[in-house]
Design a binder for this molecule. Structure first.
Ligand code: PGA
Length: 235
């Protein structure tokens, strides 16, 4: 059986480097990507031998420049990142990132050979979620990105709420995302798709083995060392 890709999204946690290193030790596996805050990345890379690291965002200008508060994809690459999460719903909502900006960020990350993990997902529950997903896909995914990116389906109502999307609905969305991507180009059909939103050790397997996802994006549970270890042993 193919190993799922497991991405830990630490968001703006934990408080201290010591704790960050301790949590990271649970994740020393080849199929894990740890997306920690920028300031911990270098040390996390030193602490874990096998796992990969990723950023949680990057700017769309390529190298350096007068962009106070921003970090470039090249800077992420230089500290050892192979991945970057882009378009997370918290960035779309709190920082008002739009499709066009996300598209530019994806392009910049690809230019320095970082794999973007592009988050998409609806916030209205089941009602007209398909429309939101279509807008996100057509607005930010270019034909030239196909085969080079990973998609993370993260329904907003499931993020950090303890109320995961039911695996049946998640599977329908996965199929819908694939068919929408295939309208951009044939390679869209084979892009890996992760599920994210209140994943824990009890439900992880439902997404990876029952609903057909290629992996999971784990927020809160990735910060609890024992819980994350359980997820890794099951998913
Ligand atoms: P959660 O977060 O697992 O805490 O719901 C997932 C995410 O935001 O990526």
């Amino acid at each position: 059986m193919k190993k799922s890709l497991i991405v830990a999204n630490w968001k703006m946690n934990p408080q201290e480097l010591k704790e960050a290193k301790n949590i990271a030790l649970a994740s020393d596996f080849k199929n894990v990507v740890i997306c920690s805050p920028f300031v911990f990345l270098r040390e996390i890379k030193k602490t874990i031998k096998n796992a990969k690291i990723g950023g949680q965002n990057c700017f769309y200008e390529k190298l350096v420049g007068p962009f106070t508060g921003e970090v470039s994809a090249k800077m992420l690459k230089d500290v050892g990142c192979d991945y970057v999460i882009l378009g997370h719903s918290e960035r779309r909502e709190i920082f008002k990132e739009n499709h066009e900006e996300i598209k530019k960020k994806i392009k910049t990350a690809l230019a320095v050979k970082i794999t973007p993990i592009v988050c998409i997902g609806e916030d209205e529950g089941t009602k007209n979620g398909g429309e939101t997903i279509k807008k996100q896909i057509f607005g930010s995914i270019d034909k030239s990105f196909l085969s080079k990116i990973i998609i993370a389906y993260e329904p907003v109502f499931a993020i950090g709420t303890g109320k995961p999307c039911l695996p049946d609905l998640a599977e329908k969305r996965r199929v819908f995302i694939k068919s929408t991507l295939s309208k951009i180009g044939k390679k869209g059909e084979s892009l890996p798709i992760l599920y994210g939103g209140s994943v824990n050790s009890k439900n992880a397997i439902k997404y990876t083995q029952e609903a057909g996802f290629d992996g999971i994006l784990v927020g809160g549970a990735s910060l609890k060392k024992e819980e994350f270890k359980k997820i890794l042993s099951k998913a």
